[in-house]
Unconditional design. Structure first.
Length: 749
């Protein structure tokens, strides 16, 4: 008691504060454990133990891309090197720069180093479901929502159709899972002005980027930027706004540094990629829009859908009671401004996904970066996260109204509503996961086939995989990566554009590497393949025996210059193409052309003979150089007697032994790409661009050791920036003085 007879409430408040901290600490252990249990149970129930017919539910992106790339990363890490280059597709690919495989994404590295590709991808899926749900809970907690409202936000986003459908598209899930974490970090930074939040924001933004989904990352950054502007005015105190903007900028710079080893190579590729900086037309960009009818029906919940809703419809379906609870969001007094912001953002996101049905997408398309991406429905994960937040705040408003009305049983009612929402959301995962029964795409190729293609380590010729052989039950879609032999064609959305120019007569922004011996007349027109395959050292043709006996199979052999008796290799046949050039060889004559297109015209001319001469792209060399001595008309039509042998072949290092009786140009039919360097007898030389697509080096007469190494400057610079960013992050994480100075500065202001 105090002297005036009233009870001193300070000890009571102190005990209440301690009790609240104990409860928060308990929730910090129990809630993530429950969410992890829920993610694991979902995987076991919907995916692992699913009894749906495998024939009808194969998920294409999983089998055609993410499982093969994960297998390649696993094999490379097992051999103790980071996969910067993939030599097994076409004439090679800058694998790290592709970004989509997520080579530098820490969870990918840890899982694929520790487990097989199949198990790593399964753990990855469960882990990222948990990340999405847990950070959604944490962000809702920062907004001040009660425990049941937080659970609504976490469960609705975690089991939303966009997230579940992304389980088979690893890069999408890797990026989308971090959206709540980014907003959580933005709120923490703007409300507390602590340097630890700078480190947190930089880290989660970098993780979202390294996940591999560039389009989703851009959408996340745009939402985070809008929320940051909102937060500067409505979360940060007036006198600390400049300081908050400065800290946010530091967080952005830290994210750039942490992601630089991936970002810089990806930008290097994007300058010359099939889908790079050139953008797409608005007609191409709006492919994959959501109709306004779907959006309006989705607001009403699953009960208003047809008996068999499509996956597209389910992408925008709100949780049960979501719209009915919506007006109650204004009664959540502490979250009222956030409620207005999130409702507005949800509306804009929905109109964006409607494509050309509204002016919103056209205005977005006109903005910087607006014409980079296709398929507006890919914003659906942002839309459903916003819907989860709006529903959670409305749920908070409901409990506030009931509390003010002194209605009994508020907790029981809130729990019952939470269970109804959870059951509704989880029930829809059955339809959303129908396409996600993960079967791994193909059995290993017969050892006899792999040995024949690799020439027992001597020649390493390439093989053309027939369309009948690329099926899921045979060699898969990326057989070279899966079996470590050199093959084409291959599926790769972001490959270097030089491949497109080499094989196609016109540009096609949607070209993903598909080629056929008898091209589809509706597709972009191909150049005649026979000579191009010869130039790329495609010595073999692989077909299924059953398909090879058909008239179409026989016609394909004739079209590509096959001769000789087919060799049986298990269920496959192997045929040889005798006119294919060796993987590495020497010529004694050069033609010089100023650019890629001129080089292609020269290669297609009837008087070009690849075993005796080569086309070098670039200016005519100065007099007296080896290249100048070889710049002459070629009179002979037979290969020289010079000898070139591949003595060692690794993805990032190729060693050749060359014996030239006179000056020569040694050609390696691997892709010419920035970052490849060559040394001759230990001396650095210039890498020539040969025959439009490949690498070469000029040699004097004599015996020489030629070594190609892939050491891209973009990656090395990125590593330096990343190391600096890591040191800064460690300093920020361990420094309390910085936070103290910031807080004192804010208080004095």
């Amino acid at each position: 008691m105090t002297q005036n007879g009233f009870r001193d409430e300070a000890p009571l408040r102190l005990r209440a504060t301690r009790r609240g901290r104990r409860l928060d600490g308990l929730a910090g252990i129990v809630v993530p454990a429950l969410l992890l249990l829920a993610a694991s149970a979902f995987w076991l129930h919907r995916i692992h133990d699913s009894d749906t017919s495998p024939a009808s539910i194969q998920f294409e992106d999983w089998t055609s891309y993410f499982h093969p790339t994960a297998t390649f990363i696993h094999n490379e890490l097992r051999d103790h090197h980071l996969p910067l280059w993939n030599p097994y597709s076409f004439a090679g690919q800058p694998f790290l720069a592709l970004h989509v495989p997520g080579v530098l994404y820490p969870p990918n590295l840890a899982l694929l180093l520790s487990f097989s590709a199949e198990r790593a991808l399964a753990i990855h899926a469960v882990l990222h479901l948990w990340i999405a749900g847990w950070f959604a809970w944490l962000f809702a907690a920062r907004l001040g929502l009660n425990a049941t409202a937080r659970a609504v936000v976490g469960i609705v986003y975690m089991f939303s159709t966009p997230v579940i459908a992304s389980l088979g598209i690893t890069a999408y899930l890797s990026t989308e899972a971090w959206l709540p974490a980014i907003l959580w970090a933005v709120h923490g930074l703007l409300s507390e002005l602590r340097w630890r939040w700078v480190g947190t924001l930089g880290t989660v933004v970098a993780l979202a980027f390294l996940g591999g989904h560039s389009q989703g990352f851009v959408y996340e950054m745009q939402l985070a930027g809008a929320y940051g502007i909102f937060g500067v005015f409505f979360i940060t105190e007036r006198g600390a706004r400049k300081r908050a903007l400065g800290l946010a900028a530091c967080g952005g710079l830290l994210a750039l540094g942490l992601s630089a080893p991936q970002l810089l190579p990806a930008l290097e590729l994007a300058r010359g990629a099939v889908r790079g900086f050139q953008g797409v037309t608005i007609a191409q960009a709006t492919y994959g829009s959501i109709s306004l009818d779907m959006l309006s029906t989705g607001l009403l919940g699953a009960a208003f859908l047809s008996e068999e809703p499509t996956l597209l419809q389910l992408l925008v379906v709100w949780p049960v009671f979501g719209v009915l609870l919506l007006p109650l969001g204004v009664f959540a007094k502490a979250q009222r401004l956030h409620f207005v912001f999130f409702v507005s953002a949800t509306l804009l996101a929905g109109l964006f996904m409607a494509g050309l049905s509204t002016p919103v997408y056209e205005m977005y398309y006109a903005l910087p970066l607006g014409d980079f991406f296709r398929v507006p429905m890919r914003l659906s994960f942002v839309y459903m996260f916003l819907a989860a937040l709006v529903t959670g705040i409305a749920f908070e408003g409901l409990t506030d109204v009931l509390a003010r009305a002194a209605r009994p049983g508020i907790s029981a009612l809130a729990t019952a509503l939470l269970l109804v929402i959870a059951v509704d959301v989880y029930t829809r995962t059955a339809r959303a996961s129908e396409n996600l029964l993960f079967e791994f795409p193909a059995p290993p190729a017969p050892a006899s086939l792999v040995d024949a293609l690799n020439g027992h380590g001597e020649r390493r010729d390439r093989a053309w995989i027939s369309a009948s052989t690329r099926g899921r039950q045979h060699l898969g879609v990326k057989p070279g990566m899966m079996n470590q032999f050199f093959s084409l064609p291959d599926y790769e959305p972001t490959m270097p554009a030089d491949y497109q120019g080499f094989f196609l007569k016109s540009e096609s922004s949607a070209w993903h590497g598909f080629l056929d011996l008898e091209p589809d007349p509706r597709a972009a027109p191909q150049r005649p393949l026979r000579k191009l395959l010869d130039l790329m050292s495609v010595r073999y043709y692989i077909a299924r025996e059953s398909a090879a006996r058909t008239p179409g199979g026989l016609r394909a052999y004739r079209n590509t210059g096959m001769i000789g008796q087919p060799r049986p290799m298990g269920e496959f046949l192997l045929l040889e193409r005798p006119n294919a050039v060796p993987r590495s060889y020497a010529v004694r004559c050069n033609r010089f052309e100023p650019d890629f297109h001129a080089a292609m015209r020269s290669l297609e001319s009837s008087d070009f003979h690849p075993l005796t001469e080569a086309v070098v792209t670039g200016p005519v060399p100065p007099a007296g150089s080896i290249a100048a001595r070889l710049n002459r008309p070629c009179t002979q039509r037979q290969a020289s007697d010079d000898v070139v042998v591949i003595t060692s072949y690794e993805p990032e290092e190729v060693r050749l032994h060359a014996i030239c009786t006179t000056s020569c140009l040694v050609v390696l039919t691997d892709l010419y790409y920035p970052g490849w360097r060559v040394s001759v007898d230990g001396e650095e030389r210039a890498v020539e661009r040969v025959n439009a697509l490949f690498r070469g080096v000029h040699l004097d007469a004599g015996s020489h050791e030629v070594v190609y190494r892939f050491a891209p400057g973009s990656f090395r610079l990125g590593l330096l920036l990343c190391c600096a960013a890591l040191l800064i992050a460690v300093f920020i994480g361990t420094s309390s003085r910085l936070d103290a100075r910031i807080l004192l500065g804010a208080q004095s202001t």
